[in-house]
Design a protein. Structure first.
Length: 112
């Protein structure tokens, strides 16, 4: 996608004296194969979890670029994510803490 945007901007600027550069190198995409151990583990802990692909940017891309399987999972409502007065229910925080602990324990047992 970055290349497409780059090409589009270059086309817009043709015939002008204007130039541009990306301020920073565009981040790669984040991806985790559904067959990875971390995905299977969370599916065992939360059997009815819905796997999906987010179009938002996350730090997962940095794990992907290092070939480290990673997932994005946490408390809160996606509809208020990164908005003014973002909040989570304290019950969600304690629940996700329990889930994280289960994931860590189960992965630790499987990796041994």
């Amino acid at each position: 996608m970055h290349q497409n945007i780059d090409n589009e901007i270059k086309n817009w600027l043709k015939g002008t004296k204007a130039t541009y550069n990306f301020a920073v190198k565009p981040a790669p995409f984040g991806w985790c194969n559904p067959k990875e151990l971390i995905v299977k583990t969370i599916q065992e802990i939360i059997p009815n979890i819905k796997l999906s692909i987010s179009q938002g940017a996350t730090d997962q891309c940095f794990f992907t670029s290092l070939n480290i399987p990673a997932i994005i999972f946490g408390p809160g409502e996606k509809s208020i994510c990164h908005k003014e007065n973002e909040w989570i229910n304290i019950h969600q925080l304690s629940k996700v803490t329990e889930i994280y602990q289960k994931i860590i324990n189960q992965l630790a047992q499987q990796i041994k």
